[in-house]
Design a protein around this ligand. Sequence first.
Ligand code: COI
Length: 354
Amino acid sequence: PALQAISESAVQGHEADEKYGDAMNWDELEFGVIPTDHMYIMKCSNGDDFSQGHLTPFGKIELSPSAGILNYGQGIFEGLKAIRTKDGRIQLFRPEENALRMKMGAERLCMPSPSTHQFLDALKQTVLANKRWVPPQGKGSLYIRPLLFGSGPVLGLGPAPEYTFLVYATPVGSYHKCGATMNLYIENEVRRAIPGGTGGIKSITNYSPVFEVVKKARAKGFTDVLFLDAATGKNIEEASLFNIFFVKDNVILTPPANGTILPGITRKSIIEIARDLNYLVKERDVPLEDVLAADEVFCTGTAVEVTAVASITYQDKRIEYRTGEESVFHKLRVVLKEIQTGVVEDKMGWTMLI
Ligand code: COI
C-alpha cells in the first residue's frame, strides 16, 4: 500500500496511454527490444545513498569512456515480467526476490544498491508509465530489465565513484522461436562459472562468454547449451540463460544453487510448487549418468519460463525425453502459469499488483 501511494503521483500524466500500443501486432512479438515510452533512472555518488529516482523518456544514456561498467564490467542486471491477467489487471511475480538478488550481486561487485522499497517503486513507476506496452493476456508480457552499474569514471582498478540504477521495459513474446520444446547440447570444453567466481550472481560479465558456444550449437540445430561444472567436468550446472531440472521416477533433481549457478526465481518457485504437490525434490549434483537415465527434463527462467526439453546431446549420444501433458513438468508449469496470470488465487502471496 505504501508503494501504491508513492507511485501513483509519480505517474500522473501517463494515464492517457492506457490504450494498447498503436500499430502493435501482438501476435508477432519476439524476444527483442521494442522502444517503449519511459525508463526510470536513479544515481548515487561517493558513498551516498541512491536518491532522486525519476522517469525519463526511453532513450540513450551518456557515459564517460572510463565508466566502471565499460572498463571493468562492474554491473549486474535483473529480469522480470509484468503480465496482464484475464480481467485486465497487471501483475509482477515475486519482485522482492529480484530486489534481494540485485542486492546480493551488488555486494559481490562492491557496488551500492537501491533499497527494496526503491527497487519496487522503480518497477511500479516503469510499468505504469509503459502501461500501453503490456501485451493483452496470452500474447506475451512486458519484460522489465533493471540494471545497476558503475557509471562514474575510473582508471586504476577499483570500484567506480558513481552508480546508476536504470529500469527499462519492452514487450516480449516467446524466447526461443522453436516453440514448445528445446533440444540441448552439452558443452564439454567451455565452462560458464568457477567455484568462487560470479556464476551465482547476475553479473553482466557472465553472459557474453557463452555467445560463441551457443552460436555454434545453434548452427548445428540445437536450441541452447548446457554447461558442466568447472571443478570436475562431470556434473550438469545450467544453461546459458536458464536453470535445469531432471525427473526420474517422479523424483525431481536440480543442481544446487551453491555459487556457480544462478539462483533463479522461477527455479525457486518450481521447487516450492513441486514440494507443495508432494513431489520429492533433491537439490544435488546431477552427474551425466542422471542425464542419460532421466524420464523428463525441463528448464526454468524468467525469459524461457518453464519449457520442456525434448532431447539432450552429449558428444555423439542423443537422449530423448517425455514431454506430453502427462509429464510432471506439465503439471508444475500449469500451476505456476495460473498464479502468474491471475487465473487462480495467489495463496503464496507471490504476485504484486501494479
Ligand atoms: C531472464 O531469464 O530474464 C534472463 O535474465 C536471461 C537473459 C539472458 C535473457
